[in-house]
Structures are given as structure tokens and as C-alpha cells.
Design a protein around this ligand. Sequence first.
Ligand code: PXG
Length: 308
Amino acid sequence: MSVMIPEPLSARKNAMAPREDLKIWIDGELLPPSEAKISVFDHGLLYGDGIFEGIRVYNGRIFKEREHLRRFGESAKAIRLELPLPLEGIGEAMHETLRANNITGDAYIRLLCTRGVGKLGISIYKAACPSLIVIADKIELYPPDVYQRGLKCITSSSIRVPPHALSPRIKSLNYLNNVLAKAEANDAGADEAILLNHLGQISECTGDNLFLVKNNRLATPPTSAGILDGITRAVVMELARRRNLPVDEKALIQFDLYVADEIFATGTAAEVVPVTSVDRRVVGDGKPGPITRQLMQDFVAYRNAEGG
Ligand code: PXG
């Protein structure tokens, strides 16, 4: 006898279903979501053994394509995952997916590679055929009003995985730490969580890097603090240099956030987003600050003009 899934569960599942007219690139084929499936024996599912990238498309152009492909290649190398295609071929798969979905405007690409179908057991040798997947869809990380009012953040009780354990520079399919930190923030009525590292220093948010402004200088934790080497972070550092704003990559603690003039977060999905409260301390005057607003504008101009 089969076990029936109770009605509310299946209804909820339907409500979350992706658009059926999407075309997903999976191992060389373009398939609708109902057919684009991976096996329950995929080690990506069984062990979180795999990697991903989140990439923006602006005006039909893939933003920072080379940088995302390079990071994808480095994540693969770090976890000894043999990508099924060279990086140029993966780039071509992303372009093919955009064409198949008639995307000429803005979109979001989720690129992932799983260890693939294998026998049960923790071993890279038990899965011989990695699966490569490209999804081109939309993403909204925060509600639009957050860009005017700023994010309300809390520091999380989840500690960032130390860089000498699984390096947070690997964009792996193990995001539970971040998922739980984000849930903790939302449950506390906040928008986002800030994770401390194993030394009690600021690392980053659950899907964004963090910057503060103090006396017209920017500061952001170094990669050694256990952060993802963010591509948006690098763009914002470049935009700050163009405005002659010094940027210090240095260890920061909660106190630095509490007394900052401004704080903002950067990421592919979030772009540049102001932070106006941390652990119930109001940042500056409680409104997005002038340097944050300037860099938000500069970022929009940059991604529109330079695209990639
Ligand atoms: N830190 C972490 C932990 C991330 O996952 C960033 C910083 C920002 O990096 P980039 O290179 O994007 O500037 C990320 C990126 C999602 C999603 O689905 C998450 C990210 C990117 C795109 C989508 O929530 N995280």
C-alpha cells in the first residue's frame, strides 16, 4: 500500500512549483522543470557534495561571467570535482540557456555541479559522473522597500565555518549554517543575520559580504576572516577607489558595527543594500547613509555601462 501525502503538503508543494515554461539546462539537455531532475542517489543531495554560483544577467549580458566561472572552477578544484565541461563550455551552456528562455533583459542564473549519481557511502570514488545544471530565472533576496529603509540585522548564534575547516571560499552545496542563521534572524523579526567567525570577529551575512563606513573610510573583513571572496565585494571596492574612498580589509568586531557611521551589504542577489540596524543599535541616523547611497548609484551605473 502506498502512503498518501496529506493534502496541505501537496498544495504547498504546488504553490512553490517553478514555471513550467522554463527551460533548464541539465547535462546537455534543455528540459522543463518537471523533467529536469536529479536522482535521489546524487551525492549532491545525499552529502551536499557539489558547488554552485549565483550570477546576474543585466540587459541580456552575464555580469562578471569570467569571475564567476573562475570561482566555480576554484570551488570544483578545492573539492576535487571534475567538471564535465571546460569553463568555456560551461559559459556556452549558460548562454544557450539564456537563448532557450528568450532572456534579453534581466535574470538570475543558478549554476551548479553535483558529484552525481553514485552508490551510498561517503566517497568521491562512488560517484563517477558529475551533473551540471544551469537554471535561468528570477531572484528577489529582500523586499524592494529594504533598499530605502535598510536591513535590520542581528548577529547570529551560528558561527561561520572556520576557514581551516571547510573553507567558506568554496561555494558548496552545504549552506545549512547560513540557512539556519537566516531563519534565526527572521524569527527575531530581523531581515538578515551577521555571522561571527570562530574568533568572534565579523565574517559576513548569510548570502552577502559586509562593509562599514567610519570617518569616510570603508572597512570590510579580509577573506582570512572566513568569508566568500565576493564578486560584488570586489566591484564595490573598485567603485570606492574610483571615488578616492580608502578601503581597509581588516578584522572587525561587533563594536565596530555598533559605532559605524554607515553599514551596507553586497552580493549578487542583494547588489548593494543598506543596513540600518544591528542588534537593535541604530546605524548612524537610522537611514541609509550618503556613501552607501552613492555606492548604490555607482553600482547601478557600473552594471548598466560595463555589464560584465
Ligand atoms: N557571502 C556568501 C556566503 C554568499 O553566498 C556572497 C557572500 C556574495 O558574493 P557575490 O560573489 O555574489 O558578490 C554570497 C553569494 C541566493 C544567492 O540564492 C546567494 C548568493 C548569490 C546569489 C544568490 O540566496 N550568495
